[in-house]
Write a protein that binds this ligand. Structure first.
Ligand code: ADP
Ligand code: MG
Length: 760
């Protein structure tokens, strides 16, 4: 009889039997052998971790393998009636060690439920001393798979756990680490992975071990080096499949037809250039030339334009849109917030002057129509706008995501510009792109949140990138300072004095708060028409980078400061007598627009606002910004906010007010923001503190689940190499005809249609 052979694409029910297969599917969505084998261990227990309990010293961080000896709970009178202390004694059969747990309520005692006397576990924590006894307080622990209750820690048993590296899998109530270990063993022995999807030349060039070997070793490493080689190879798998798929997409996109929109001499674009009140920077000229050439191509442009806040991206977008208008097409500009869409509309119509009066009496010769479409446009006006868009009378259409609605139909959409890309998902980019009948439109996405190279290579893997590195001449420096409101209250007084000084000199200021205030919790800060703040990160520890509340010491003490409260306090105290106004997402759009107009006109001294002013708001006379509870904002967000000042001839001042204690991570983050104006450096810092899933997931839901091992920052070089090799291979063999194993692996990893890839 032939020995049974397992393949990666085989359903789990065959080697496993229905019961385990069902449990694995319910717990992790695993369906195939490949799914199971891509469920990599979370960590490994090795011999080195076995610790002689008598050798522990206070202050050491230790991981010990030991047996649970005794478990008891004791009430803690004086700490609330439900409070209790759990005492667990563990032993290595020579010495003993105390584990202490504190419970606020009986419910939280589930933490130690699994600590049954006689069972074996690994316990990790820092050794402390309590009245002469060494202990671990709230240690992390993992009960060993299959640890028989009441078994003695015999030398044989200890040896079994000590001789190999014991894999510990991400487990769930439905499937323990031990169940997974057993399942993996079942499929690993008869496994035939088939031909290696990474071609031999690449494996040789990059010193990669074979795939079969790597899969075996990540589940059953012989030693740490064995494991290291396996992880490296499997990271390469992920990077190489992804980059091959992206390279295929780039080629396919280049083969897609688009209407060429070459620059027409003597048209509206030329007139606009002639009217510009300033000279373009060298960077603006260079990027402009690139885009002009892109638009003239018969395949769609996919360009990402990154540039620091204030670097002048909008002018580039306008010039591109006008080129398309001259060539007979329409252009749409999608902005993430109503405030920003309105601002774009105002500044574009102002810059175009008579050129924007298309269809009106006395319009300039080449004039086109410019329209604004947001959720707050009334029914009658909306009908008129839709008609202009449909007939093509509107050459330039500016709007929020109201533009994405089905009723919005273009006569001939030639260019889609997406401002502040980080606020949009790919779905939105797609929805707008789909509005070009027949041909694909050219796409320009702009972002002031710099995207590290490594993210550009993965999430935005099929976009060409241009970067504006210089700011227009005449920009002033922004000084940023951390204002520790808790330990140095007079610093805050001084901050308000500085605001008064700026106002006395005719300048204006922003005060930013994390919350609107005066509402039911949870409904806060969401802007009905806007896309709102980034989705909250799930569970990456103490610091929520998306402007949420750090779940550490600081965050729980009081509610975050609100626009309404702070505005009231300032008006009655430190900023009494100044003209204050508030701006937040819950104001009526007309009101928001009015406030922004008044602020731009200098009729308001100080604007107290939420992050609705985060992106794009451009009032050069505003020189000071005070950010309250600054630790509640993410690094990139702070950088964005700060970009609202220092946009004119006067130096900018940004004050980060915080009550976070001096040595806390939150405070360090703020210090880092204060220390540099380099957006790229800050975006790396941001990325380091996020989990990959947040970055990838925000852009492409579901995508990140395919990347198990790859880390965007630490693996930057690896991703770069994989991109090189994959691009070379795909360019030579676009359909991977000579590489069927690679084609299959891509399908296995990303699904046959590689759906998510179609979204970029
Ligand atoms: P961002 O890149 O942040 O979107 P904007 O496009 O809003 O920047 O430009 C910021 C300001 O700088 C605007 O008021 C714009 O008119 C002005 N600006 C753009 N380019 C130049 C230039 N070359 N010289 C002077 N000012 C410029
Ligand atoms: Mg902008």
């Amino acid at each position: 009889m032939l020995p049974h052979v397992t393949t990666l694409s085989e359903p789990l029910t065959r080697p496993m039997g229905p019961k385990t297969a069902k449990a694995l599917e319910a717990a992790f969505g695993m369906q195939t052998v490949g799914d199971l084998l891509r469920h990599y261990p979370r960590r490994y227990y090795t011999r080195g971790e076995l610790t002689d309990l008598s050798s522990l010293r206070e202050g050491d961080h230790v991981t010990v393998l030991a047996r649970v000896d005794r478990v008891s709970t004791h009430p803690m009178p004086g700490r609330g009636s439900a409070a209790a202390r759990g005492e667990v004694v563990i032993t290595d059969d020579r010495a003993k060690l105390l584990l202490t747990f504190f419970f606020r309520s009986p419910k939280s005692q589930w933490t130690i439920k699994r600590l049954v006397p006689g069972t074996l576990g690994m316990f990790a924590g820092t050794v402390s001393n309590f009245r002469g006894r060494l202990q671990l307080v709230h240690p992390e622990y993992e009960m060993l798979p299959g640890a028989p209750p009441n078994a003695d820690l015999t030398p044989e048993l200890a040896a079994e756990f000590a001789t190999e590296m014991i894999p510990v899998y991400p487990a769930s109530a439905k499937a323990s680490s031990w169940v997974i270990t057993r399942a993996v063993r079942t499929v690993l022995d008869p496994l035939d992975v088939g031909e290696d999807p990474i071609p031999a030349e690449v494996r040789e060039r990059r010193s990669l071990i074979g795939r079969a070997e790597a899969i075996r070793a990540i589940h059953r490493p012989l030693d740490p080096d064995d494991l290291k080689r396996a992880r490296h190879r499997l990271k390469w798998d992920e990077a190489f499949m992804l980059q091959s798929a992206l390279a295929q997409r780039r080629l396919a996109a280049a083969a897609m037809p688009a209407m060429p929109r070459p620059r027409v001499a003597g048209g509206i674009a030329d007139e606009f250039d002639a009217r510009l009140p300033f000279a373009l920077t060298a960077g603006q000229v260079a990027v402009g030339e690139t885009i002009t050439a892109d638009l003239a191509c018969a395949y769609p442009m996919h360009r990402l334009l990154q540039g620091e806040v204030g670097s002048g991206k909008t002018v580039i977008a306008i010039r591109a849109m006008l080129q398309v208008v001259d060539a007979g097409g329409q252009a749409a500009l999608l902005a993430p917030t109503e405030v920003l869409a309105q601002q774009h509309y105002r500044s574009i119509t102002a810059m175009l002057g008579p050129l924007a009066a298309g269809g009106q009496l006395g319009a300039a010769e080449h004039a086109t129509g410019v329209t604004l479409l947001t959720g707050s446009v009334g029914a009658a006006a909306r009908r008129a706008v839709l008609a202009d868009v449909f007939t093509g009378d509107a050459g330039i259409v500016i709007g929020t995501h109201a533009l994405l609605e089905e009723q919005v139909q273009f006569a001939d959409l030639g260019l889609v510009v997406i401002d502040e890309q980080h606020r949009f998902g790919v779905e939105q980019r797609d929805a707008l792109r789909a509005k070009a009948a027949g041909n694909r439109p050219h796409v320009l996405v702009m972002t002031a949140t710099p995207i590290p190279r490594t993210v550009a290579m993965t999430v935005y893997g099929d976009l060409e990138t241009s970067t504006l590195t210089e700011l227009p001449a005449g920009r002033s420096a922004i000084a940023t300072h951390v204002v520790p409101a808790a330990d140095k209250p007079h610093f805050l007084e001084r901050a308000w004095e500085r605001v008064r000084e700026e106002v006395a000199q005719g300048r204006q200021a922003y005060v930013v708060c994390p919350r609107v205030g005066d509402s039911s919790p949870g409904a806060d800060d969401e802007d009905a028409d806007d896309l709102g703040p980034d989705a909250p990160a799930d569970d990456f520890g103490d610091v929520d980078m998306t402007g949420g509340v750090p779940r550490g010491v600081v965050g729980t003490r009081r509610q975050p400061l609100s626009v309404l409260d702070v505005a009231g306090t300032l008006a009655a105290g430190p900023l009494a007598g100044l003209r204050l106004a508030i701006l937040h997402g819950r104001l009526h759009p007309d009101e928001k627009d009015q406030v922004m107009r008044d602020f731009a006109a200098g009729e308001i001294n100080v604007l107290v606002a939420t992050t609705v002013i985060e992106v794009g708001v451009d009032v050069p006379n505003a020189t000071a910004m005070v950010i309250m509870d600054a630790e509640r904002f993410g690094v990139s967000q702070l950088h964005q906010l700060r970009g609202r000042v220092g946009r004119g001839a006067f130096p900018g001042l940004c004050l980060l007010v915080t009550e976070a204690p001096p040595a806390s991570p939150q405070r360090e983050r703020l210090t880092a923001v204060a220390a540099t104006l380099d957006g790229f450096q800050l975006s790396r810092l941001d990325l380091e503190q996020r989990r990959e899933g947040d970055v990838l997931g925000a852009a492409q839901a579901g995508h990140h689940s395919h990347l198990r091992l790859l880390r965007l920052l630490p693996d930057e070089d690896l991703i770069g190499q994989a991109r090189e090799d994959a691009t070379e291979l795909v360019t030579a063999d676009p359909h991977l005809t000579a590489h069927p194993a690679l084609r299959t692996a891509i399908d296995e990893l990303f699904g046959v249609q590689a759906e998510y890839l179609d979204k970029t």
